[in-house]
Design a protein around this ligand. Structure first.
Ligand code: ARG
Length: 578
């Protein structure tokens, strides 16, 4: 699209007094609907150059005055906009040739230029079951990591496990009282969670418990071998459970350095703060006072009983990531309720002169919608956390039911059920602006029409299904399309609409990456598939006309590759057949 865009910009610059090419590029947008052309120029931004005439009048005047470049078929005024319609054959050639030349890199822009970004995502707390709340961080973080890697960043995906803190004092103390190796083996993390709940209740009745927990945590922090051994055991058990979920999702991490990895670095971080005179005492605790920077609450470094804190470990982690890992960008994919923590943390890092701008990529809550369509408050059901593993299995099971009557062998059925079930869950999470709250509704994310045997709705399976259909058309064609096709044949409305969706792919990828917003990509893929399916309803791909078939197959091949790359980036598998 870029060459046509450049032509349009040139024509605008020549027609609007004082308009620079940069400004024109900024102002030029894509109309919401391809019936309104391929580029739209808003005239209200330049009406001062036309005696402040009303924008629609400026638009009419400009549309008549602009000299039409060869790549543009038509220029029209619509309300305050001047709309440009690309010459269909030029559009087809530009988009399809650029995509072919880029190959598997179609859509990528070298934004990272080899720089390193650390993406902190998923990061659950050990000794607690992985709940549905952690799904969001995991899935959004993975997509952000993929997008960055695609755009030339060196990515380090870190699972910053919550594997340290005063809770472990409680847990070790509870283990000493009520621990049972047998129950732990049998019930795993669920048992650890119960121990912690039991301890917290007991602590309320008897303050002596509190002291015992503190003592245990102090032993752990000072490297006591017995405390360390039990802690390690809990960590191993938790990790084994977490890994089952990650492997279902097909998500991996480059590092599992959690909070415990920074225990030895906290003193150094605090010493740096002290050297800059930034530390003070407040109600017995050791803190960084941030009132001068607009915060009511201080940033806590150490509690009155000397125990270290979440924030202190995060501060040590920032220093490590910037200095030892050489990160130029730091991304934290963490729920919105930790906003204050990150604002404070980033301020303290800034006061230490850390030359990097960290970002907190926040997201809204996920609510479970049960089979009766009722939203269940919080992520709890019957008093227990809804286990992520169970939820994922439920999605896979549901696909098994849907595809039960296909004449496939069992291995293939379970492969497809897995791909589609997990794809549905992932897409559901990535399909809406991440800061919004979303529903987890299995019925909706696996919207299936038994009559046509098609997956529909704005869902992952619908994208996968469209991908499989495109793949099947290519299989039927059975060879590589020729290097050069007759682009003047790709000029129907439907061709143009698909081309336009493919053509904006590089812009979409760039925006999704720089705004940490995978939903932009999700929605663009929905739009692409919408146009592909409209194309299918109204046009034929394979026909007796060999030249037309070749041209359309090239279009299909490019649409498929675009969709495939998009699904890969979102972390969704793309089956060839469904
Ligand atoms: N463990 C925390 C939680 O589950 C999230 C950690 C996020 N990462 C970080 N560097 N603070 O709430």
């Amino acid at each position: 699209m870029d060459t046509i865009r450049t032509d349009v910009i040139g024509a605008l610059v020549a027609a609007v007094p004082g308009l620079t090419a940069e400004r024109a590029r900024e102002l030029l947008t894509a109309p919401p609907d391809s019936a309104m052309g391929d580029f739209a120029f808003p005239t209200f931004a330049v009406r001062d150059r036309f005696d402040n005439a009303p924008p629609p009048a400026v638009a009419r005047q400009l549309a008549a005055a602009i000299r039409k470049p060869a790549s543009v078929a038509r220029i029209e005024a619509t309300g305050p906009y001047v709309n440009f319609f690309a010459e269909p054959a030029v559009l087809a050639r530009t988009v399809l040739e650029s995509a072919r030349a880029a190959g598997a890199r179609w859509g990528a822009t070298d934004l990272g230029q080899g720089r390193t970004v650390v993406i902190d995502f998923s990061s659950p707390n050990i000794a607690k079951p992985l709940g549905i709340a952690h799904l969001r961080s995991t899935v959004i973080g993975n997509a952000i990591r993929n997008l960055h890697a695609f755009c030339g960043w060196k990515t380090i995906g870190v699972n910053h496990l919550g594997d340290w803190g005063t809770n472990f004092g409680k847990l070790l103390s509870a283990w000493e009282k009520w621990g049972s190796e047998e129950s732990l083996k049998e019930r795993g993390v669920e048992f650890l969670k119960d121990l912690l709940v039991r301890f917290t209740e007991a602590e309320r009745a008897d303050p002596a418990f509190r002291q015992q927990a503190r003592d245990w945590f102090r032993r752990l922090e000072s490297g006591d071998p017995e405390a360390k051994k039990v802690w390690q055991h809990f960590r191993d058990i938790s990790l084994a459970e977490f890994r089952r979920v990650y492997s279902l999702l097909g998500i991996e991490f480059d590092s599992w350095s959690g909070e415990s990895a920074y225990v030895d670095r906290m003193a150094g971080a605090i010493a740096e703060l002290e050297a800059r005179g930034l530390c003070s005492e407040s109600q017995g605790a050791y803190v960084v006072d941030l009132t001068a920077h607009g915060f009511k609450e201080p940033f806590l470094l150490r509690k009155a009983d000397d125990a270290s804190l979440y924030g202190t470990r995060d501060l040590a982690a920032i220093l490590y990531r910037r200095r030892d890992l050489g990160a130029r960008a730091l991304v934290y994919v963490v729920a919105a309720d930790q906003k204050l923590h990150f604002r404070q943390l980033f301020k303290v890092a800034e006061l230490l002169g850390v030359d990097v701008e960290p970002v907190h990529v926040e997201f809204g809550l996920m609510r479970i919608v049960n089979a009766e369509g009722v939203r269940e408050k919080m992520a709890t059901r019957k008093g227990t956390i809804v286990l992520l593993h169970d939820v994922l299995q439920a999605a896979i099971e549901r696909v098994h039911e849907i595809i039960a009557d296909r004449e496939w062998d069992a291995a293939r059925k379970s492969r497809v059920a897995h791909q589609v079930g997990i794809g549905a869950v992932i897409f559901n999470d990535l399909s809406r602006t991440r800061t919004r709250d979303i529903d987890f509704n299995l019925q909706q994310m696996l919207d299936f029409d038994p009559e046509t045997k098609a997956f529909k709705g704005e869902t992952g399976p619908y994208l996968q299904y469209t991908h499989a259909r495109l793949s099947s058309a290519l299989r039927k064609y059975g060879k590589e399309p020729p290097a050069s096709v007759d682009f003047t044949l790709l000029t129907t409305d439907e061709d143009r609409a698909v081309l336009r969706q493919i053509g904006r792919f590089p812009d979409i990828i760039r925006d999704a990456t720089t705004r940490y917003e995978p939903s932009l990509l999700s929605r663009a893929l929905i739009d692409l598939c919408g146009e592909v399916n409209r194309f299918w309803r109204n046009q034929r791909i394979l026909s007796d006309d060999a030249a037309l078939t070749d041209a359309r197959i090239l279009l299909v091949q490019t649409a498929r590759r675009t969709l495939r790359t998009g699904l890969d980036l979102l972390g969704i598998e793309a089956p060839e057949e469904m």
